[in-house]
Design a protein around this ligand. Structure first.
Ligand code: GDP
Ligand code: IMO
Ligand code: MG
Length: 426
């Protein structure tokens, strides 16, 4: 059976965790394919909320094997802590497999992430300060340490020595920071963390292909989102990996022909955390209302998310970039009670109407959204389970989105709980 990709179509926090969990029920493997613990994916089951950073959202089903793919960057301390916290709440994490080819986040990556943000001053990106960018930079520069290096102390130390020589020089001379101690790092990673992570390490690519060959269902869970993609996002206000569906192939070790379903997750409005352009951003009372109703504070960092109206120009672009086959729309319930709702259908660039997402960042910074206003609805929809039970105005809103995107909206979220969704017929 071919694989399914779950991908964010905006700037993250669309509800990928909830949707992955929902769709993972009958799935054999759930693979995280990129990012690291900059992600925070929430799954709410029977009123209990789980926030997952590195562990794939399929972990809550006893029959699903969660896999951390080669495309992920792993802080082994965070991984161990996350597994311990899940175990303490009765979730079995013993099936978790971590690709030996995934790269490690090292202490100097945190230092460099923080130092770079500091030196950028008011031009800072607003990263999660988790060392993500520097870890991927080392991967590209071919000086990264990988998860498999935890299993070989000699190689680990050799690579650490080479990396640390340069990192300490940069930290001291460029950023005026103290040097990091090689022995301390080696002790922490090799003596404390390797014995815990070692048993999880495996050949993730083989696992994925064995499952596909056996006709089993594989799900690829994206972190971050399309407009945070290193290549396709609003550079430089992006993350350092490829969340788009192409990245799912690279980060899990499959080819495009192994994927037949791409579920694009879209929030019913848009949020962004961190700096960067955001054409439909709202300020004032309406912004506060969306933030409070939608609990729009970072799952990990606690930062307030910037809210805005749904941007259909972005959504159409995301459908193309990811070859999205269907959309799952989340948080429709948050819009309940607004007298009217708006969607951005085009951009106005000094009198010129743009239907397509501009490739040039300066254009994106200056465009003004062209809105279409639609009637709102008053009825509480958080308990609705069938499309026919939704108020007509809510159904029209969903219909407008599907029409603009050119693909069906198959699922609509009406609350954070696993069971709070409405299925739409294609
Ligand atoms: P992710 O990073 O894409 O997995 O999303 P987050 O978990 O960071 O943020 C999404 C938030 O919205 C979480 O708190 C979810 O519990 C919540 N959520 C997801 N779907 C819905 C929905 O349909 N309605 C409401 N009200 N909340 C939702
Ligand atoms: P999930 O998977 C929202 C943002 C950061 C910053 C930029 C770069 O929960 O949707 P980084 O630490 O990755 O170098 O930061 O990316 N960012 C996210 N925003 N959701 C996320 O993950 C994010 N992961 C990173 O705020 O703007
Ligand atoms: Mg999140």
């Amino acid at each position: 059976m071919p694989a399914t990709v779950v991908v964010g179509t905006q700037w993250g926090d669309e509800g990928k965790g909830k949707l992955t969990d929902l769709l993972a029920k009958d799935v054999r493997l759930v693979v995280r394919y990129q990012g690291g613990h900059n992600a925070g994916h929430t799954v709410v089951v029977d009123g209990e909320s789980f926030t997952l950073q590195l562990v794939p959202s399929g972990v809550l089903y006893p029959s699903t094997v969660p896999v951390i793919g080669n495309g992920v960057v792993v802080d082994p301390a965070v991984l161990v802590a996350e597994c311990d916290a899940l175990e303490a709440r009765g979730v079995d994490t013993s099936r978790l497999v971590v690709s030996g080819n995934a790269h490690l986040i090292m202490p100097y990556h945190y230092e460099l992430d923080r130092a770079t943000e500091r030196s950028l001053g008011r031009n800072k990106l607003g990263t999660t300060k988790r060392g993500i960018g520097p870890a991927y930079a080392d991967k590209a520069a071919r000086v990264g340490l990988r998860v498999q290096d935890l299993l070989d102390a000699r190689i680990f130390r050799q690579k650490l020595e080479i990396a640390l020589r340069e990192k300490n020089a940069v930290l001291a001379r460029v950023h005026n920071r103290l040097a990091l101690d090689e022995e301390e790092i080696a002790h922490r990673y090799l003596d404390e963390l390797a014995p815990r992570v070692g048993p999880m390490v495996g050949d993730a690519v083989a696992l994925v292909h064995d499952a596909l060959d056996a006709g089993e269902h594989v799900m690829l869970e994206g972190a971050q989102a399309t407009f945070l993609d290193l290549d396709h996002g609003t550079y430089p206000f992006v993350t350092s990996s490829n969340p788009t569906a192409g990245g799912a192939c690279v980060g899990a070790g499959i080819g495009p022909r192994d994927v037949d379903r791409v579920v694009g997750i879209a929030k019913s409005y848009v949020t962004r955390v961190g700096a960067g352009p955001f054409p439909t951003e709202l300020h004032g009372e309406l912004a506060d209302l969306l933030v409070e109703r939608g609990h729009e504070y970072g799952t990990n960092t606690g930062r307030r998310r910037r809210p805005g109206w749904l941007d259909l120009v972005m959504l159409r672009h995301a459908v193309r970039l990811n070859s999205v086959s269907e959309i799952a729309l989340t948080k429709l319930d948050v819009l309940t009670g607004l007298p009217s709702v708006k969607v951005c259908v085009a951009y106005d660039d000094s009198g010129e109407r743009l239907e397509r997402f501009p490739y040039h960042q300066s254009v994106l910074h200056r465009v003004v959204p062209v809105y279409e206003e639609m009637p709102g609805w008053e009825e509480d929809i958080s308990g609705v389970t069938r499309a026919e039970e939704l108020p007509a105005a809510a159904r029209d809103y969903v219909g407008r989105i599907a029409a603009a995107a050119g693909v069906p909206v198959s699922l609509v979220g009406v609350g954070p709980g696993r069971e709070q969704f409405v299925r739409f017929a294609a």
